[in-house]
Design a protein around this ligand. Structure first.
Ligand code: ZN
Length: 385
């Protein structure tokens, strides 16, 4: 998510948050440049803050000092968004903050509904669903004596899964290197490397079995990778998607940027293949839908497995103020609960948010002409219509 992060992000901390008794403010702000200008999302933030403040003023359960803390957080969020934040390729900005020093910001690569939630814990249901349904990439960095594995997902390096050092230090390994002929020494070094590569393969395989990553990227010097590939388990060979030029000690943002290029290429191909299948196979066979109307209808009955849309696609619509019934047609009354439908300039982020809350996989893509001609949005269903 972050373009400039120099350390593994605090996402794990937020997901495993233990309540401290202080209220946590979770702010989600849709900032996608193809949908909204900076001015408009600043206005949206201000109006969300104003209505949250109103609710807090009326809430007699919250004590005065906590209310003051929350108000201070609002000011901090405003200052951050107005002065410091640059949209770049971020589609949703998420900030989690509390009065006892918590401040974590995340750049989320898909659109989500803008909202402010104040709870004892960070609001992360949508992020969890996104992580569960996003592909995780393992990046294995290796040289002759050291190896390290990172996991990359949602466009950012998120955790270090493991680090290993060859267990036999090279210098004390041989009692007297001087008496060994060069050939013997070379033989022993190769033997040591052989053991190390085997160990790295075994440990990587364990992490894969533990579902720590879905795909693998290798990083190392040019002569190392082809050698190590001879040790790589056939399962790992089948999920291996490419190499980058980096080493265990390389700067983490360099690793992240290089890995992201390999991931982007791989994902573009996977997404285009999926759209071909949706249009040529799933949709004709009743296992897929195309166009916003059919997509919304499938969403309302919770039949979507994968939601697919063009990143530029926006559409007007109506959402019931009481039950969240979605429609693109004007109606006086909600057909489900009789509530009042509210007009939205764009309901695509609302569709994505509801799909995330239903645990769907979200696939966004830009410029796939076939998808655009088919209505710019569609879905693979869990079962036939
Ligand atoms: Zn309703």
């Amino acid at each position: 998510m972050a373009n400039s992060s120099n350390e593994v992000s605090g996402l794990e901390e937020i997901l495993n948050f233990v309540p401290t008794g202080e209220p946590v403010v979770s702010v989600y702000l849709l900032v996608d440049r193809s949908r909204i200008t900076k001015r408009d999302y600043q206005t949206k933030l201000n109006s969300m803050i104003a209505s949250s403040k109103e609710k807090l003023e009326a809430d007699t359960n919250i004590d005065k000092s906590q209310r003051k803390e929350v108000f201070e957080i609002f000011e901090k969020v405003k200052a951050f968004v107005n002065d410091k934040f640059r949209t770049d390729s971020t589609r949703t900005l998420a900030i989690f903050s509390s009065g006892d020093g918590l401040w974590e910001e995340f750049r989320i690569p898909i659109i989500m509904r803008s909202k402010i939630i104040i709870d004892p814990k960070p609001y992360t249901q949508n992020i969890r669903s996104l992580i569960n349904n996003s592909k995780k990439y393992g990046v294995l960095l290796i040289d002759r004596e050291k190896a390290q594995i990172y996991s990359v997902y949602l466009g950012e390096i998120n955790e270090c899964l493991a680090a290993f050092i060859s267990d036999v230090p090279s210098k004390v390994n041989f009692k007297s290197q001087a008496v060994l002929s060069e050939r013997k020494l070379y033989g022993r070094l190769e033997e040591k490397l052989h053991h190390f590569f085997k160990l790295v393969n075994d440990r990587t395989m364990e992490l894969f079995k533990g579902k720590k990553f879905d795909y693998l990227i290798l990083a190392g010097r040019k002569e190392i990778i082809p050698n190590f590939l001879n040790y790589l388990h056939s399962y790992l060979q089948s999920i291996y998607i490419g190499n980058i030029d980096a080493e265990p000690d390389s700067n983490i943002s360099l690793i992240s940027n290089k890995a992201q290029k390999v991931i982007d290429e791989f994902e573009a191909k996977t997404k285009n293949d999926l759209i071909d299948r949706l249009i040529d196979e799933y949709n004709p066979n009743g296992l897929g839908v195309l166009g916003i109307d059919a997509t919304i209808k499938s969403l309302l009955i919770e039949k979507i497995r994968i939601l697919i849309y063009d990143r530029q696609f926006t559409h007007e619509g109506y959402i019931c103020g009481s039950c969240r019934y979605l429609t693109i047609e004007y109606k006086d009354k909600c057909p489900y609960c009789g509530g009042k439908p509210v007009f939205y300039n764009d309901i695509v982020d609302e569709i994505v948010e509801d799909a995330l809350n239903q645990g769907c996989e979200i696939v966004d893509i830009e410029g796939n002409e076939k998808l655009i001609r088919a209505g710019s949005i569609g879905a693979v269903l869990r079962y036939k219509l």
